[in-house]
Design a protein around this ligand. Sequence first.
Ligand code: HEM
Length: 150
Amino acid sequence: MLAAVVSALHVLALALGLPSVFLRGRALRGPLDAAGLRRLFAADSVWGLAALLWIVTGLLRAFAGLEKGTGFYLRSTFFWLKLGLVAAVFVLELRPMLTLLRWRRQLARGVSPDTSSARALHTLTHAELALVVVIVFVASLMARGFGLRP
Ligand code: HEM
């Protein structure tokens, strides 16, 4: 039962993550007035929630004996590739995450943020989106036992 719930939450993270990262990219390309910033922060919050869900449920599935057992994943080339790609998403996310946190803090203090880096953040956001799509294929190969070392 727990395995099914955690699996559903892992998939739900994808349902939240893909649209939110797409919408964050779109908001970064649009006008960053008060309404634009509200849309941007809303998408960014859902993207953050998806990331948290992915990591918590992913770690539980891999290492809490909910699926095929830790040994299976540690021997899977595609598991390590998946973790590497997740780490790459995290590295790409550092700048958007820190910048958007700064913008949120500035706005809360009544200061309008300097949004001149929006274009660069848009590029990084779209690179993250592309990596998430690749991760789904890698996850599917991993789950079916491809790339298992003896
Ligand atoms: C961007 C992040 C992630 C995405 C898009 C993602 C996507 C997926 C998808 C689509 C599946 C289902 C595969 C299938 O049954 O065909 C899956 C399963 C799984 N994922 Fe993730 N995942 C992410 C992060 C993680 C992380 C961080 C971990 C572990 C540290 C993890 C561990 C697992 C495990 C253990 C399974 C179960 C595989 C099985 O059925 O044996 N995932 N993931």
